[in-house]
Ligand binder design. Structure first.
Ligand code: AMP
Length: 281
């Protein structure tokens, strides 16, 4: 497994690989890798000749009061996981090389980036779209792998790929969960034991929402959200950032649930902000 730190070396490797006719599967990450990331690398390994994984904690996608500084950095463990998953290249650029002095360009997808996560985290998707486009230009991937856990991110990146004619195919992969249903996240490690026990309720509530809709018990999203919010509010120290039923494509709120929709939630438990979503129909 090759570790590449410089942007120019990454680009040179990518051009050479593509010129040789090989496909490149790319998994962008912020490190602190877990089974969710491993599932993306595994899929990329199955579908491509060469697998590149980037590890870059992107300052541009963190708000001023967010956890950029304390975001977990676990380089040695990450490399061991990637070796086990048979990644070919780990790309670990520095902040300085990604955003040298004078860096000014931003990519925005206005119709999708100010709602849900974007409303709670202004500027977040601008930071994501900008870094992902830069990484695409460096890695030249044939396919790029993203997790459905970050559903809105998938929508934003798909839109950007289509709008800007990026020659990469986005592959969205299912959310990997703990045995009790909690979506695996690098931020789960911030939870205390008690908070971790309570956190499973986020998934339980989404699951309940899906049941209530599929059994046609509640097809009005306002009524459904009220019911689910009451349960979430009982988690000690919790604060609901949002829980919404939205259209899978446009992410517009859906009132009457008569066709497939996404039920998405962001909940703070203590100091930890967790997100999850589920498809309902
Ligand atoms: P991150 O390192 O959190 O930026 O995540 C890198 C990629 O891994 C993103 O495409 C995430 O959606 C994906 N990912 C994170 N957690 C999971 C999970 N539990 N299951 C599947 N994919 C995930």
């Amino acid at each position: 497994m090759k570790i590449i730190e410089s942007v120019s070396a990454m680009q040179a490797f990518a051009y050479k690989t593509r010129r040789q006719g090989h496909t490149i599967g790319f998994v962008p990450t912020m490190g602190a890798l877990h089974e969710g990331h491993a599932s993306l690398v595994h899929r990329a390994r199955l579908e491509n000749d060469v697998v590149v994984v980037s590890i870059f904690v992107n300052p541009l996608q963190f708000g001023p009061k967010e956890d950029f500084r304390k975001y977990p950095r676990t380089a040695a463990r990450d490399l061991a996981l990637l070796k086990a998953e048979k990644a070919d290249v780990v790309f670990v650029p520095t902040v300085q090389s990604m955003y040298p002095a004078g860096f000014a360009t931003r990519i925005r997808v206005p119709s999708l980036d100010a709602i849900l996560e974007g409303a709670s985290r202004p500027g977040h998707f601008q930071g994501v779209a900008t870094v992902v486009l830069k990484l695409f230009n460096m890695v030249q991937p044939t396919r790029a792998y993203f997790g459905e856990k970050d559903y809105q991110q998938v929508r934003v990146i798909r839109r950007m790929i289509d709008d800007l004619n990026c020659s990469v195919r986005l592959v969205a992969c299912p959310t990997v969960r703990e045995p009790d249903g909690l979506a695996i996240s690098s931020r789960n490690r911030y939870l205390s034991k008690k908070e971790r026990e309570e956190a499973v309720k986020i998934h339980q509530v989404l699951f309940l929402g899906r049941e209530l809709v599929s059994e046609k018990i509640m097809l009005d999203s306002r009524q459904l959200i009220r019911r689910l919010s009451q349960i979430l509010a009982k988690i000690p120290g919790s604060k609901i950032d949002y829980i919404e039923v939205v259209d899978p494509e446009t992410l517009e709120p859906m009132q009457k649930i008569r066709r497939p929709a996404i039920l998405a939630a962001a909940v703070r438990i203590g100091k930890t902000r967790l997100i999850d979503n589920i498809i309902i129909s």
